[in-house]
Write a protein that binds this ligand. Structure first.
Ligand SMILES: O=C1O[C@H](COP(=O)(O)O)[C@@H](O)[C@H](O)[C@H]1O
Length: 260
């Protein structure tokens, strides 16, 4: 697992803007190297703010949107178009404004979709979709995503992997149904840690003082069952992209230019 690198921005707005610019660079580089790229989107306040900034970024069309696979790290298991779905928010913030190939946009299942009203069949189908996208250069049951964006909750959850929940013990499956999530809605679908760790790069985004404790724990030496964010690391790189407030409680010994 890669050691996280921490980058601190002055405030939430600059964090979102700088992360959007970073996404453009990373995806353009990937497309130049391989002709294609992939990204995993996150929900949450800063995750959606980044997508809004990306839609407005002057260089956004340096990305060939038609040659980009778009996946999600987790989804709230609600009807299609529900405003609380991460997919609905991502479409409004970004995907409705760029020329994506609809066949390469891979939303997680909805509670009114063809997979049925319980999340398990949809989670299995999503895992199958990911497995079909695996290329010869990939090493897991999912593609080696160029970027996996993750928010982090105050309880250190990432995607819909909440502390102490059964999904955190998963070693085989790449996608699971989640029941009884402590944050509403209780029913969700999530990538597992092995799927997240297949990504070339994992970027954990956090803004605001309410995330400072979670960031400190995520950079500590806790176990992934107690502190899910400790288990989210990229194969080549892990970035913690923070604003000042979220970086206010960094563990002792971690010196970061720009931090308080
Ligand atoms: O419910 C969720 O929460 C997390 C964190 O959201 P935030 O608003 O506290 O930043 C998010 O990463 C996840 O995708 C989402 O489903």
């Amino acid at each position: 697992m890669t050691t996280p690198r921490i980058i601190v921005h002055p405030d939430a707005a600059l964090l979102a803007e700088a992360t959007a610019a970073r996404i453009v660079t990373r995806l353009v580089d990937a497309q130049a190297a391989r002709g294609t790229a992939s990204i995993v989107l996150t929900g949450g306040g800063v995750g959606i703010a980044v997508l809004r900034e990306l839609a407005q970024a002057p260089a956004r069309d340096a990305i060939d949107w038609r040659r980009l696979d778009i996946w999600w790290g987790d989804e709230r298991f609600l009807p299609t178009g529900d405003p609380e779905r991460n997919e609905t928010q991502a479409r409004a913030a970004l995907l409705d404004h760029v020329k994506v190939d609809p066949a390469r946009v891979h939303p997680m299942p909805a509670s009114d979709g063809p997979d049925g009203a319980v999340p398990e069949p949809g989670a299995e189908r999503y895992a199958d979709d990911l497995a079909r996208a695996v290329g010869p250069e990939d090493h897991a049951g999912v593609p080696s995503f160029d970027i996996c964006l993750l928010g982090i909750g105050p309880d250190t959850h990432v995607a819909s992997l909440f502390p102490e929940k059964p999904a955190l013990y998963e070693e085989e499956r790449t996608v699971v149904a989640v029941h009884g999530a402590p944050k509403p809605p209780p029913t969700r679908v999530s990538l597992t840690l092995p799927a997240i760790r297949a990504a070339h790069e994992v970027w954990i985004l956090a803004s605001g003082e309410g995330k400072a404790d979670a960031v400190r724990m995520a950079l500590g030496d806790g176990g992934a069952v107690q502190v899910p964010a400790c288990g989210a690391r990229g194969r080549n790189r892990t970035l913690f992209l923070l604003d000042h407030a979220a970086a206010a409680e960094l563990p002792e010994g971690i010196e970061v230019p720009g931090a308080l």
